[in-house]
Write a protein that binds this ligand. Structure first.
Ligand code: NAD
Length: 462
């Protein structure tokens, strides 16, 4: 077994790990990155964020071409679907971006090891694969990401009953898709297949969709999605699903079994730390299998660090990247920081749903007095021009200091608009700061300015 040494060995070439690798080399460290998949980029790039966004874009255009162009005075012939071509485009986007990460590794001189990496001892990573290797490292960073949660009673058969990975590549549009879980994945991939013609039924354990997001935002989203044709069955605990004669049967407590063509299990994700050597090393995990970290993302074993989906916090690619950067900056310079209050969460449906900071429920729960200002896209000129007037922006500001505590948006391009809100929170801006910032006219971003003005009860276009 050949051996090599480096300053930092990273297990996982995913948004936490590969970004940390690049930043570490910028800071002068020698870096080795171990990834078992052929392509770098992890779930996000290979079977998550990127391919789902490609399909969301394509399916949205399909709907637009079929139903949305007439109002612009544009007539088109029969609009048809070439699903194979749509899937091919998605795969091509993934390949191109993965090659881009390979290129970044070459540019920054990061040594990439293909294989399964595990920590044999502090300072020692073993790579199992075609070319077994042993890496000696001053620091080891675990950035192994997450995998879909299993549900007892459901055997994912990777064909009819599958996870988000399979739902990115169904070979035909299902007649009836049952989605278990009304979270990020259920709503995004449910949207893709509904737009392409499937009947979509979403079974959700809780009495609401999008748990964790602002309740008013989720309520508005549920209304809009129902109008689009989503069928929600809330307060349902799914207990089993099986394939019978080429069809699926889904069972839920106290309900008649449901028949469908395909089942998408989207009930959350769990850390992907199997076989990383955590137990033998005595690395502390919590009851959900997440690695416990302290200051600087240090585990309880000296020299071993962890970031991203493998540790507590929202399972979001950008959160992992921020942590990866902060972790290696701290190792190299003694300082590194993640602005957790400003991490946005986005559901890329139509309309998009985006949140940053505290929800109203969290503020009530913690007894923080706040003022709220809301503004509807119905009164936004640009929203009228692009033909997407559904939704609104809500700004929550501290009643005493006016500091912005949370911003919640449902509407066109909410995922892009939330960036300004995240910057405002990161810079401890007040609603008055945003209200007094010139926003170009006519833009969707004016809705955020108006919502900020509404905190002080002085919106202009209401
Ligand atoms: P999620 O946590 O967003 O939603 C899972 C849903 O399943 C919850 O509403 C939960 O109540 C429900 N559920 C759990 N057990 C159930 C049962 N037995 N019967 C019925 N419902 C049940 O999880 P997800 O949608 O699987 O996504 C996983 C993670 O991936 C998320 O944490 C998210 O951070 C990330 N993700 C993010 C994006 C994005 O940023 N746009 C997109 C996809 C995934």
């Amino acid at each position: 077994m050949a051996g090599t040494t480096c300053d930092l060995a990273i297990i996982g070439g995913r948004p936490g790990g590969y970004v940390a690798a690049i930043r570490a080399t910028q800071l002068g460290m020698s870096v080795a990155c171990v990834e078992q998949e052929e392509a770098l980029g992890g779930t996000c790039l290979r079977v998550g964020c990127i391919p789902s966004k490609a399909l969301l874009e394509s399916s949205e255009r399909f709907v637009e071409a079929r139903e949305g162009l007439g109002q612009h005075g544009i007539g088109v012939g029969e609009v048809t679907l070439d699903l194979a071509a749509m899937l091919k485009r998605k795969d091509q986007i993934v390949r191109t971006l993965a090659r881009g990460v390979d290129g970044l590794f070459r540019k920054h001189g990061i040594s990439r090891y293909r294989g399964h990496g595990w920590i044999a001892a502090p300072g020692k990573v073993v790579v199992e694969g075609n070319e077994p290797t042993e890496l000696g490292a001053t620091h080891i960073l675990i950035a192994t990401g997450s995998k879909p949660s299993a549900l007892p009673g459901i055997a994912v058969d990777v064909d009819r009953i599958g996870t988000s990975t399979e739902a990115l590549s169904y070979p035909e549009v299902p007649e009836h898709l049952v989605v278990i879980g009304a979270g990020y994945i259920g709503l995004e991939l449910g949207s893709v297949w509904r737009r392409l013609g499937a009947r979509v039924t979403v079974l959700e354990y809780l009495d609401r969709i999008l748990p964790g997001m602002d309740a008013e935002l989720a309520g508005e989203a549920a209304k809009v999605f129902k109008k689009q044709g989503f069928e929600f069955r809330l307060g349902i605990r799914v207990t089993g699903a099986r394939v019978e004669g080429g069809r699926c049967v889904v069972e839920a407590e106290g309900h008649e079994p449901l028949q469908c063509d395909r089942v998408l299990v989207a009930v959350g994700r769990v850390p992907n730390t199997d076989g990383s050597g955590l137990e033998a090393l005595g690395i502390e995990t919590d009851r959900r299998g997440r690695i416990v970290v302290g200051e600087g993302f240090a585990t309880n074993v000296p020299g071993v660090y962890a970031v991203g989906d493998a540790i507590p916090g929202p399972m979001l690619a950008h959160k992992a990247s921020e942590e990866g950067i902060a972790c290696v900056e701290r190792l190299a310079t003694g300082c590194g920081h993640v602005e957790y209050a400003a991490i946005p969460g986005i559901v890329y449906t139509q309309p998009e749903i985006a949140s940053v900071g505290k929800t109203e429920a969290e503020l009530v729960e913690t007894g923080v007095a706040y003022r709220r200002g809301a503004f509807s896209f119905l009164a936004n000129g640009r929203a009228r021009c692009i033909g997407h007037t559904e939704g609104w922006v809500k700004v929550l500001a501290d009643a005493r200091t006016d500091r912005i505590l949370g911003v919640h948006i449902i509407g066109p391009r909410a995922g892009d608009l939330i960036a300004e809100a995240a910057a405002a929170i990161a810079f401890a801006a007040s609603s008055e700061d945003v209200a007094r910032t010139p926003h170009a006219h006519p833009t969707l971003a004016e809705a955020l300015k108006e919502a900020a003005l509404a905190v002080d009860e002085r919106p202009i276009h209401v």
